[in-house]
Design a protein around this ligand. Structure first.
Ligand code: ZN
Ligand code: ZN
Ligand code: ZN
Length: 458
């Protein structure tokens, strides 16, 4: 009875976590903590994370049945050709809800669909062999693979008498992998922490201060971090729900495991995002940019794009995104993609936007623009409620001018470019103009209704 109640509650909590849970970085001197080298036998070296576009290779709820890894595998070649440089996978190990789980209720960090527990051998996404095959295919196509790391809470333990609470708690973890057995000593409250700073309902939260927990999560050769990197072949980390624990946890993980890292710190406050990213020594999803875009595009006020954002503070640590598996609020998504794919920060492409909902040809065009033209610092040239014009000032390349129009009319405007006496064109093909800039770099550009144009040297 308790177990059924707990499961129902955990499902609800899993949903709540998603609200909190869950996106990239870019041009110039790319910040890559470790330049990852290609594994033996791969066809091409990894591109390195951050110069292209990250694909969030899942959504909430992808089809169950154990076919997701195979479904993604057949797409990695096309994604790589389109300019993707890394794929972010959902939490890949066995969770409490077994074949139905999206992975955010972790039980056995080392069961990737290999052991019959929690109701199935395979995970919702497939078998360990299928996951390994996907990772190999991604590497063969130059793509890095980012693991989703859920280390705030655990789920699915058996009940045991807990001396720290004086009650029974679901803190007895004996996973079939035989790795990282856990008891009440490893969760809050315990002998180290009498209270749980991030206590969240029925989920026992790991105590990251315990040496035993640190050893299993990131410090020893058989730790989760080392196993994911050295045995499974993951190249980077997306840390779930980092509000639940201190930033030194991620910092210490990174110092032991290396690779690219990005944290999901669900907060619109730029100071909070920036200071967390600095102290954790990883990137952060740019929730400030996300909320500003939401206000700008859906609130019909493009001056909101003047708001402070993480990429404006530190582009090397900002992962920009339009939507993710937890939230899907911005309706004028093509304009938002035109924004993040022409601006600084490491942009994320959401699976469903790319594969199902938006025009793939248009997105491919924007990813090409991002990877080939969108370099250098950013100057905002003009904003009002329905128009936004910005310039990328170029870095080992010409840069660009992007013109976004959220009105129902064609618009045109004189702007100052990077170039004198130069023929420019709209690389989106939305306008046929091929004007020549004046000696003082000024030129008149245009943009169709509810659309965007991107100008650079012809
Ligand atoms: Zn999430
Ligand atoms: Zn603790
Ligand atoms: Zn206007």
């Amino acid at each position: 009875m308790h177990s059924a109640i707990l499961k129902t509650r955990n499902l609800l909590l899993a949903g709540l976590f998603l609200l909190f849970a869950c996106q990239e970085q870019e041009s110039e001197p790319i910040h890559i903590d470790d330049v990852v080298s290609a594994p033996a036998g791969s066809n091409q070296p990894l591109k390195g994370i951050g110069g292209g576009v990250m694909m969030q290779a899942f959504y909430w709820d992808v089809p169950s049945g154990g076919n997701w890894w195979d479904s993604v595998k057949v797409k990695v070649s096309d994604w790589s050709n389109a300019g993707i440089d890394a794929i972010w996978l959902p939490p890949a190990s066995k969770a409490q809800n077994g074949p139905f789980s999206m992975g955010y209720d972790p039980f056995d960090y080392y069961d990737f669909g290999e052991f019959n527990q929690m109701g199935s051998t395979e995970t919702r996404f497939g078998s360990r062999t299928e996951l390994e095959s996907l990772i190999n295919s991604a590497h063969d196509n130059g793509l890095s693979v980012i693991a989703d790391i859920v280390i705030n809470h655990n789920s699915g333990g058996a009940s045991q008498a807990n001396p720290f609470t004086g009650t029974n708690t679901w803190t007895d973890f004996q996973p079939l992998s035989g790795k990282f057995n856990r008891t009440f000593y490893d969760f809050h409250p315990n002998d180290y922490h009498s209270a749980d700073p991030g206590y969240f309902g029925g989920f026992p939260d790991l105590c990251h201060h315990k040496t035993y927990v640190q050893d299993w999560l990131w410090k020893t050769d058989s730790s989760v971090a080392k196993y994911y990197k050295n045995v499974m072949g993951f190249d980077g980390w997306r840390f779930d729900y980092v509000k639940g624990f201190d930033s030194w946890v991620v910092n210490d993980w990174m110092s032991h495991a290396g690779g690219f890292g990005v944290g999901e710190l669900w907060d619109s406050n730029v100071n909070t995002l920036e200071s967390w990213a600095n102290s954790a020594n990883v990137s952060a999803f740019d929730f400030a940019a996300y909320y500003a875009m939401n206000d700008a595009f859906d609130g019909n006020d493009l001056t909101k794009l003047n708001n402070d954002m993480l990429w404006k503070r530190n582009a090397q640590k900002a992962v920009t995104f339009v939507t993710n598996h937890d939230t899907d609020e911005i309706w004028n998504k093509m304009l938002a993609y035109a924004y993040i794919l022409t601006h600084e920060g490491y942009p994320t492409m959401f699976y469903r936007d790319y594969e199902e909902w938006l025009n793939k040809e248009r997105l491919n065009n924007l990813m090409w623009i991002h990877n080939n033209l969108a370099s250098g610092s950013t100057s905002i040239l003009y904003t009002d409620n329905d128009e936004y014009v910005a310039r990328r000032n170029g870095w080992n390349g010409p840069g660009l001018v992007v013109y976004i129009n959220n009105s129902s009319n064609w618009q045109e405007r004189w702007i100052e470019t990077n170039w004198s006496n130069t023929v420019i064109k709209d690389y989106t093909g939305h306008s046929n103009w091929e004007p020549t800039t004046q000696s003082g770099k000024w030129v008149k550009i245009q943009v169709p209704p509810n659309s965007y144009s991107v100008w650079s040297v012809k």
